[in-house]
Design a protein around this ligand. Structure first.
Ligand code: ZN
Length: 91
């Protein structure tokens, strides 16, 4: 008995899983956007009743998101997962 039809169906599913598509917008992705929040902090004080801002600092938040460049959907928060996601495309 031939099962070739079934086999073809499976290989098509396999092929489509190899392509890196955004789960949200469905576009093919060959890169991700790394989004990190940066906070800008100032000392805020009064000097002779005037408001003074000083000591500007930037603080990077711990939250990192690797997102779809098309719709900004977050694919993963882990660099390893982001690398794996991009690797599959080359197969
Ligand atoms: Zn997307």
């Amino acid at each position: 008995m031939s099962r070739s039809t079934c086999g073809d169906g499976l290989s098509k599913i396999y092929e489509s899983n190899k392509m890196n598509k955004c789960p949200k917008c469905g576009k093919e992705i060959n890169k991700l956007i790394n989004i990190q929040e940066v906070y800008v902090l100032f000392d805020f004080k009064l000097e002779k009743k005037e408001v003074v801002y000083c000591n500007r600092k930037e603080d990077i938040s711990d939250s990192i998101a690797y997102c779809c460049p098309e719709c900004r959907y977050e694919i993963t928060g882990m660099e390893e997962d982001a690398v794996e996601f991009l690797k599959e495309k080359k197969q």
